[in-house]
Design a protein around this ligand. Structure first.
Ligand code: C5P
Length: 398
């Protein structure tokens, strides 16, 4: 396959030469795009000799061949090693002020990045936010490892070992390879994500802390595995994925209507959204005023339709329906029992059970789940990034 290796200006560039070498020795056609600062760490002749191809650095070279677009379009996978904090920030913002930025933006190939920087830079809230953004977009982040840094200090920030990066590149390319040949090829998958907001008045709502990360990861993973994906997005805190049909909804009633419509043509329905069980009995047109409510305000709530139960009761022959249950029960056995009861009550085929608390589940980048099948058997357990958990869930469905 054609691998584009982006190299940016960090001391780990000398180690990244072995990423290029590893890919070449595995038989891949490797094209290096190096930034100006990368070439301060490693010489161009080294990169050309090892990659066995011309190295590209200049945005204004080969303009007639529209090189800034051509390189990205030719890639089956792009890996950036090392990826500096600066490059990570630029990728997260979508900047294209050099050849590498243009190459990445012009490509639909999977992107793998191997960050390398000092611990303080890796832990800086700006870098943390940028990495979260990239992860939400489906970028594979390899490392960094923890260990000795350039100076005498040590900690997280060391670029992952070249063989681990090569392995991640090959796996990312496989996973995202030709969607039509993925194990969900030809399947229509409907995913709900986010949290509903139940309007109280024109400026207020009752909501929940679901960010939509797990649902979006499921949509991205299903797309990569060849499915045609529709995402019903309820107030996402994360970027919408590209390549899927996104339908925006706000409240549980809106989600109910959209889910009922789109489920008709879906082979698989995954209800990852956190749906409010109740909504205010009345949503008033004018802002609720303290002057008229006094020192105690009572809200009357009415039950929302249970979308999952409704879809399960009316499912088409062969349609697979997956529910989620986020529970605060801390005892594992008791939580499993809650899951089994919920699965039976909702009538879905699978229930993904996870624990939520003030700090776990909602809003975080990782998740720990158990998948129950109809009847209550545990068919999968997984922990890790929401993307890897999404693939574990899809493995069960496949
Ligand atoms: O009952 P609970 O809210 O824990 O159930 C969670 C599962 O049911 C999720 O899959 C959620 O999307 C779905 N649900 C629903 N309609 C509701 C409430 C929850 O479809 N009104």
């Amino acid at each position: 396959m054609t691998v584009v290796v982006g190299m940016t200006g960090g001391i780990a560039a000398y180690k990244a030469v072995n990423v290029i070498r590893g890919l070449v020795l595995e038989g891949h056609d490797v094209h290096v795009v190096a930034t100006e600062s990368a070439l301060r760490f490693v010489g161009l002749p080294t990169l050309e000799a090892i990659s066995r191809n011309r190295v590209h650095t200049d945005l204004y070279e080969g303009v007639a061949e529209v090189r800034h677009v051509a390189i990205g379009q030719s890639a089956d996978v792009i890996v950036i090693a090392p990826a500096t904090a600066n490059t990570i920030a630029k990728l997260s913002a979508g900047l294209a002020d050099d050849l590498l930025g243009n190459t990445v933006l012009a490509s639909t190939a999977p992107l793998v990045i191997a960050p390398a920087m000092h611990t303080e830079m890796w832990l800086n809230p700006a870098t943390v936010a940028n990495i979260a953004t990239l992860r939400d977009r489906g970028v594979v982040i390899v490392g960094p490892a923890s260990g000795q840094l350039t100076g005498s200090d040590s900690g997280p920030g060391r670029m992952e070992e070249p063989d681990v990066i090569v392995d991640a590149v090959v796996r990312a390319a496989d996973r995202f390879a030709a969607p039509r040949s993925g194990d969900l090829a030809g399947r229509r998958v409907l995913v709900t994500a986010g949290g509903t907001r139940e309007p109280l008045d024109p400026v207020r709502y009752l909501g929940n802390r679901s960010s939509g990360r797990q649902g979006v990861a499921l949509a991205v993973a299903a797309l990569a595995r060849g499915a045609e994906v529709t995402l019903l997005a309820a107030n996402l805190e994360v970027a919408e994925p590209q390549g899927v049909t996104v339908v925006h909804v706000g409240s549980a009633l809106e989600l109910s209507e959209a889910a009922t419509e789109h489920a008709q043509s879906a082979d698989v329905v995954i209800m990852a959204a956190a749906v409010a069980d109740y909504r205010p009995a009345v949503s008033v047109d004018a802002k609720i005023k303290k002057e008229s409510a006094g020192d105690r305000l009572t809200l009357e709530l009415v039950e929302n339709p249970d979308i999952l139960a409704g879809l399960s009761a009316h499912r088409r022959e062969g349609q697979v329906i997956v529910g989620f249950a986020a529970e605060t029960e801390s005892d594992d056995a008791a939580r499993l029992e809650i899951g089994r009861t919920k699965l039976a009550r909702k009538g879905c085929d699978y229930l993904v059970l996870n624990r939520v608390s003030w700090t776990e589940g909602f809003g975080s980048d990782s998740n720990t789940i158990i998948v129950l099948a109809a009847g209550g058997a545990v068919v999968a357990e997984a922990a890790g990034s929401k993307m890897s958990v999404a693939n574990n869930i899809l493995d069960v469905l496949v």
